[in-house]
Design a protein around this ligand. Structure first.
Ligand code: FAD
Length: 389
């Protein structure tokens, strides 16, 4: 089935085709087997890295492709549309922005070329804490400066890919909340070298989740981080994280759109093939309409993703569009996931059909990296000017 590639340049169409070709080497049996073993897709991530795709948004001067967030989004969309899962590799794309925009020239020179080559992995981003949750400004993991190092103590939860990464961006509090003039001050971003930290101040406890996501609880106990690993200025970390969030929302929306297209494609195929009562089930409007509605929702979310990505790549700061794209994308993927389950009857629940795995994977984006309620808060308060709840 052919989805619209309206508005894409010939280079972008070629990029999508190249990613599709790469993904064809990793069929759904590959992903299903990993899911059953809760294993990391090392071969797939290696192939994405060798193809340069994980470095697509790193500027050419540092060895990357120098592409925009629209191109990055198309890469992730195609991975998810193929039946695969971008999540094991997506963080590298969106946390890179913090290092790129706010890192010192020395940090960029030291890390970006190696990340682009694939010899260093920057896949972990430590923000969430058990007692702060969505309220990021209330995190308490504390970094105290002692001469040329920070000493860090605290706890993080749901931090993904820590055991599959060499570096982690860690959000810490450097000034206690009550001593800050503004709520948004006093947080800082540290680049933690996991190869040294694990076992020496950082304990990693894997958390089993309903998706194969490699998330962990982190116990941070007198972890020493050199002050040269501070990204940007001390106390300004929240602003740096915020500045990467639009890219993150656009990229995550793209994954949801890929999921949505996957579900629609699979549902159409099955509805045409499966015959009961002597006719294809897709001949029943009770089966057709949910597919048509899901298709409409996914394609609509895609238009908003395209708008957000274009504004971002033109140098804008499209907070409204990026949030709308994340919301519409996650909801459309979830609508499509339910539709696809229904279309498959009992077979949707059989692991062999892959639908239940994609169903679980697509559900994550209603919650992470930010819950849809928090996105609705942004739209209500920042866009519509409604009073804060
Ligand atoms: C598989 C997985 C991987 C993850 N990976 C990472 C990672 O790599 N790095 C990282 O830092 N974090 C990660 N997270 C954490 C994720 O970002 C958080 O789970 C998410 O931001 C929500 O925080 P919480 O779970 O504490 O929910 P809570 O903040 O406790 O929220 C619970 C519910 O209450 C609602 N709620 C809370 N406050 C409000 C409000 N003011 N208005 C309306 N509704 C509200 C929320 O929307 C939600 O529905 C991951 C989570 C999962 C499940």
């Amino acid at each position: 089935m052919h989805f619209s590639d309206y508005g894409l340049t010939s280079e972008q169409r070629a990029l999508c085709q190249a990613v599709r070709d790469l993904c064809a080497r990793f069929p759904e049996t590959y992903w299903r087997d990993l899911d059953a073993r809760t294993a990391y897709p090392t071969e797939f991530i290696d192939a994405l890295t060798e193809g340069g795709y994980l470095a697509s948004m790193i500027p050419e001067e540092f060895g990357g492709m120098g592409l925009g967030v629209m191109d990055g989004g198309l890469i992730l969309e195609e991975v998810n549309r193929s039946g695969g899962n971008s999540a094991p590799g997506h963080a590298q794309m969106y946390i890179m922005g913090t290092l790129l925009r706010h890192g010192s020239p020395e940090q960029k020179e030291a890390y970006l070329p190696e990340i682009a080559k694939g010899t260093l992995r920057l896949q972990a981003f430590g923000v969430t804490e058990p007692d702060a949750g969505s309220d990021t400004l209330s995190i308490t993991t504390r970094a105290v400066r002692e001469g040329t190092k920070y000493v860090v103590n605290g706890r993080k939860v749901f931090i993904s890919r820590v055991l599959q990464s060499d570096l982690m961006l860690l959000l810490v509090r450097t000034t206690p909340k009550e001593q800050c003039a503004r709520r948004t001050e006093g947080l800082s971003v540290l680049l933690v070298d996991l190869r040294r930290a694990i076992g020496d101040g950082l304990e990693v406890r894997p958390i089993d989740t309903m998706v194969n996501h490699h998330s962990n609880e982190l116990i941070i106990d007198n972890l020493e981080v050199p002050t040269e690993n501070l990204v940007g200025e001390e106390g300004m970390g929240f602003r740096y994280i915020l500045s990467s969030m639009n890219a993150e929302r656009i990229l995550v929306a793209s994954e949801s759109i890929g999921d949505g297209r996957y579900f629609v494609e699979r549902a159409v195929q099955y509805a045409n093939e499966r015959k009961v009562f002597g006719k294809p089930i897709g001949q029943n409007q009770g089966v057709q309409y949910p597919i048509a509605r899901a298709y409409a929702a996914v394609e609509c979310a895609r238009l908003m993703r395209d708008k957000a990505a274009r504004l971002f790549d033109e140098g804008g700061n499209p907070g409204e569009e990026a949030n709308l794209a994340k919301l519409l994308g996650a909801e459309a993927a979830w609508q499509a996931a339910n539709m696809c389950m229904d279309t498959h009857g009992g077979y949707g629940m059989a692991t062999e059909y892959n639908i239940e795995r994609k169903f679980r994977e697509s559900r994550l984006y209603m919650v992470a990296p930010v819950t849809n309620n928090m996105v609705l808060n942004y739209i209500s308060h920042q866009v519509l000017g409604l009073p804060r709840s």
